[in-house]
Write a protein that binds this ligand. Structure first.
Ligand code: AVI
Length: 327
């Protein structure tokens, strides 16, 4: 077929923006309309997320930091296996603020490991590499720029050492439960029997605490959501009138789904490339889910995807769990 005779597409800027355009149009032409929160993180989005992490309402970062600062030896014990050398791979490492505590501890204990941060942003990886070379020059670091699974496969080929995979920050909560299951199952298939994963889960807690973390009074989370419309305007030639959309957050304490929407404040049409999208007054765009988990939700996900839980480590408030899984 035509497909087979075609040259494989190179990973390029063009290809990247094709995906973005496709996902946006498909999402906005669906019913209900939706956009993917993975596109929140352009330069402005990165800055807004930094602001979110510093907000008093946004407890997640502080809770996981509490674990990495104060339970470092437990973490290290749970991920090390005898004195075996290993590769410590972090998915979506960003600035590696939390993992640096673990890296420091492991290096003080003379663990034999290579730190391999994976991130889609080459920029943040070079910042991270420079920081670490400055703070912890003794650590071996190999940065991997690209998509999680592509880079994981590359890491598996690069060395045959034991792998420890970190997936922090509650990022798994931004997947639907189906996506999370698929993600963990693929991870399980890729790994070997000695390998370990450590995943950060935000726990179900007082519903007001959760809701407040995602509907801050200062409006930063609203800006974070609206910024995706601005990004569509800039990168895909859209003409969203940002003023005509409003952020709405909801939390369902039964399912643990904290969900974020943008409401269209009037009947309006938005153009993106050649396409016209109709919005009815009060129609919503489904923007993001931030799933909260119970301990049994975590167990279910681990087992469903083939893992078994080796240890759960939580912060002093018991609001967040770093769950350590065996293959
Ligand atoms: C990155 N992720 C874990 C954040 C969360 O809590 O779902 C993204 C976020 N959305 C709104 N505030 C923060």
């Amino acid at each position: 077929s035509l497909q087979l005779t075609k040259e494989p597409k190179k990973r390029s800027e063009k290809n990247h923006s094709d995906h973005f355009l496709n996902d946006v149009l498909t999402g906005l032409q669906s019913n209900p309309k939706h956009l993917s929160s993975k596109y929140f993180y352009d330069k402005t989005g990165d800055e807004l997320f930094q602001k979110i992490m510093a907000m008093p309402e946004y407890y997640l970062t502080r809770c996981e930091l509490d674990i990495f600062k104060n339970k470092t030896s437990e973490l290290a014990e749970a991920i090390r296996s005898d004195e075996q050398p290993f590769d410590l791979i972090e998915l979506g490492a960003g600035d590696a603020m939390k993992s640096t505590y673990l890296l420091k501890y492991l290096s003080e204990k003379r663990a034999d490991f290579t730190y391999m941060p994976i991130d889609i942003s080459g920029n943040i990886l070079s910042v991270l590499e420079n920081n670490l070379k400055d703070k912890l020059p003794e650590i071996n670091i190999k940065t991997l720029e690209g998509e999680y699974f592509q880079m994981l496969k590359k890491a598996m080929k690069l060395s045959s050492r034991r792998k420890v995979i970190l997936f922090l920050g509650g990022n798994i909560g931004n997947m639907t439960s189906k996506e999370a299951e698929k993600f963990c199952t693929s991870l399980h298939q890729l790994l070997n029997s000695e390998d370990i994963v450590l995943i950060g889960f935000d726990l179900k807690k007082n519903p007001f605490t959760v809701l407040n973390a995602y509907s801050d009074k200062s409006g930063i989370t609203a800006e974070f959501n609206l910024n995706l419309l601005t990004r569509i305007n800039r990168e895909l030639g859209g003409n969203f009138d940002i003023e005509q959309f409003e952020h709405y957050e909801s939390y369902d304490p039964i399912t643990g789904a904290c969900r974020s929407f943008l409401i269209s404040l009037k009947n309006q049409q938005v153009k993106i490339e050649e396409e016209t999208i109709d919005f009815a007054e009060n129609e919503v765009i489904d923007m993001e889910v931030s799933q909260k988990f119970s301990k049994s939700d975590i167990e279910y996900l681990a087992e469903k995807s083939g893992f078994s839980i080796s240890r759960n480590i939580s912060d002093s408030k018991e609001w967040f769990i770093d769950s350590i899984w065996k293959v």
